[in-house]
Design a protein around this ligand. Structure first.
Ligand SMILES: [Zn+2]
Length: 104
């Protein structure tokens, strides 16, 4: 029988300081073509560029002479959880096959 030791650790959640605040990208639901992902400072900041890409894509015809009119717009945000105290063992000290919180 094993026992598990648990502890309460306060954590904060916020934007990842090492990533772009947001990234917007448009994908055609007809053929899968996608715009180049564009970094944004806030969601929707580059919406005009996304709309231009979709309108331009619809303006073209495919091999069957059809226009593509459906789009998936994705705005991606990156978060970071910051524990208020150390929750991981120091690098190189974690042994294989056991977790730090298990005892006995
Ligand atoms: Zn398309």
């Amino acid at each position: 029988m094993s026992r598990m030791r648990m502890r309460y650790v306060k954590m904060s959640l916020g934007a990842d300081p090492d990533a772009e605040p947001c990234v917007i990208q448009v994908r055609c639901t007809g053929c899968g073509a996608a715009s180049t992902p564009v970094p944004e400072q806030f969601p929707g900041e580059q919406r005009d560029r996304a709309e231009e890409w979709a309108l331009s894509h619809t303006g073209r015809i495919d091999a069957e002479g059809r226009h593509h009119t459906g789009y998936q717009v994705t705005v991606t945000m990156f978060w970071r959880v910051t524990p208020h105290e150390e929750i991981d063992p120091p690098r190189g000290e974690q042994s294989a096959g056991s977790t730090p919180s298990e005892t006995g």
